[in-house]
Design a protein around this ligand. Structure first.
Ligand code: NAD
Ligand code: UGA
Length: 458
């Protein structure tokens, strides 16, 4: 069969895999290839055990793989055979040298640009799908245009806004698609080509176009605004705990203002995930680079409050448990950074588990999807840690449960049965405010929600 378009994606991670699977599903006349340097990841995409868990993803991959969706390690071949190349390699926070702990580490990105240059035999549209500091496209262009070849490259920015756990839904029905380009004749033409791809399933009015720098910056700013809402509500949760106000009631009252809106106002143990922290730190770094120290300090506050909230959660546990956690058995309900994903990157659970171990508590971890990631996150940490799939067995013999991920299954557990198997006094620290606190209290638990008065039997 001949295809209308041949599309490549470099990077088969949480973004590349789902994004291209949905694209292939929506556009049966396009041939979509996803390549990666990691052979294990590619093998997993070609197997029944996909490398990531996302609701509905397996079905989509099953329906398209081998028909118009292909996963491969052949990066040179992929570059040669495809003229539209999405790049969704990782852009983590730099851990060394200048900008360590703040700036984006662009080594994977730059290597990809060089690979594209080396293996291209025809002109290409190269699309930034990864989240990148504003002005990265300039560097990409400089690398791609450094030879005198007749091959030309148009670099576009088309950031991805999907959230994990709802990736398929977000990709199928996005709030918007953003495409940024140079406003030259060929840049605008390339932008149209990408717009036409999305128009296969996204209404045209939701596809917005901008200059390339606005597009790059909008992605980081969107994440910063989302994280800022969480830090705002979490900061107020601390005040609620001091004043007997209830953060759920406050968030509801605030969020019903149509100018503010109700989403992203759930107080929690803190936000996690691979992107919020890294993207804000990158924003802070950029602002400092341009001499905007007040702007940098403002955004850095979002990350500081997030750290404060996690530490505060730990200290609340300690205070409630008679100021010592030594030899206490604490069961963590949930380890992934949010529900419906096995991803644990930057999960508050890593921090909480580490601090509990420092305090010489015994930590028992349960999670429906994230136990293997939890194992590798905590490998090398000193102390008593165990991993138990069944939440009832996990809590058995424990002094306390800390709910760290908002998995639905935890709402439906039989807490009377759990209470009966625990050491008394038994406590619940609900880091997600998902349980029926009154009911747990009536069963006999001491209950410590976030941003609400605790319910205790003392
Ligand atoms: P990831 O680590 O899951 O995947 C990146 C993949 O790129 C890895 O499999 C890695 O092996 C591969 N890779 C690295 N260098 C390569 C190279 N030179 N050639 C081929 N493959 C290479 O990362 P992710 O979560 O998919 O994120 C990718 C980008 O998308 C990041 O910039 C991130 O900020 C952004 N983003 C992520 C999400 C999310 O929900 N995870 C959402 C929106 C945007
Ligand atoms: C986030 C953004 O929502 C996506 O738009 C963006 O594409 C993505 O980052 C990215 O660039 O990587 P994600 O991190 O997958 O997506 O998940 P979110 O739903 O945003 O949740 C992030 C964290 O905030 C989770 O730990 C979640 O539990 C927490 N959260 C979220 C709260 O604590 N309270 C809330 O009200 C909402």
């Amino acid at each position: 069969m001949t295809f209308e378009k041949n599309i490549l994606c470099i990077g088969a991670g949480y973004v590349g895999g789902p994004t291209m699977a949905v694209l292939a599903r929506k556009c049966p006349l396009y041939r979509v290839t996803v390549v990666d340097i990691d052979p294990v990841r590619i093998a997993a995409w070609n197997s029944d055990e996909l490398p990531i868990y996302e609701p509905d993803l397996k079905e989509i991959v099953r329906a398209t793989r081998g028909k118009n969706l292909f996963f491969s390690n052949d990066i040179p071949g992929g570059i040669r055979d495809n003229d539209i190349i999405f790049v969704s390699v990782n852009t983590p926070t730099k851990t060394f040298g200048v900008g360590a702990g703040m700036a984006a580490d662009l080594q994977y990105w730059e290597k990809t640009a060089r690979q594209i240059l080396q293996h291209s035999r025809s002109s290409k549209i190269v699309i930034e799908k990864s989240t990148l500091p504003v002005k990265t496209a300039q560097a990409m262009e400089n690398i791609l245009q450094c030879t005198n070849s007749s091959i030309s490259f148009d670099v576009l920015s088309n950031p991805e806004f999907l959230a994990e756990g709802t990736a398929v839904k977000d990709l199928e029905n996005p709030d918007r698609i953003l495409i940024g380009s140079r406003e030259t004749e060929s840049g605008l033409k390339a932008r149209e080509t990408i717009e036409d791809i999305y128009a296969n399933w996204v209404p045209r009015e939701k596809i917005i176009k901008s200059n390339i720098w606005s597009s790059e910056l909008s992605k980081i700013v969107s994440n910063a605004f989302l994280a800022q809402r969480i830090s705002s509500v979490n900061a107020i949760s601390a005040l609620c705990e001091k004043t007997d106000a209830d953060i759920i009631e406050v968030a509801k009252a605030v969020g019903m203002d149509s100018r503010i809106g109700p989403k992203f106002l759930n107080a929690s143990v803190g936000f996690g995930g691979s992107c919020f922290r890294k993207d804000i730190l990158n924003l802070v770094y950029l602002c400092r680079h341009y001499g905007l120290s007040e702007v940098a300090d403002y955004w850095e506050g979002v990350v500081k409050i997030n750290q404060y909230q996690q530490e505060r959660f730990l200290l609340n546990m300690m205070t409630a448990m008679f100021n010592t956690l030594t030899d206490k058995k604490i069961c963590l309900y949930g380890f992934s950074f949010k529900a419906n994903t096995g991803d644990t990157r930057q999960s508050p659970a890593i921090f909480i588990a580490g601090r509990l171990l420092e305090e010489k508590a015994e930590v028992i971890i349960t999670d429906p999807r994230a136990l293997s990631n939890a194992r590798s996150d905590l490998a090398g940490m000193e102390g008593r840690i165990s991993f138990v799939e069944d939440p009832y067995a996990a809590a058995h013999g424990c002094h306390a449960i800390a709910v760290l991920t908002e998995w639905d299954i935890y709402r439906r557990l039989d807490f009377r049965k759990i209470f009966d198997g625990m050491i008394k006094p038994a406590s619940i620290f609900d880091g997600r405010n998902i349980l029926d606190h009154r009911q747990c209290f009536e069963i006999g638990f001491n209950v410590y929600p976030i941003g609400k008065p605790p319910l205790t039997h003392f």
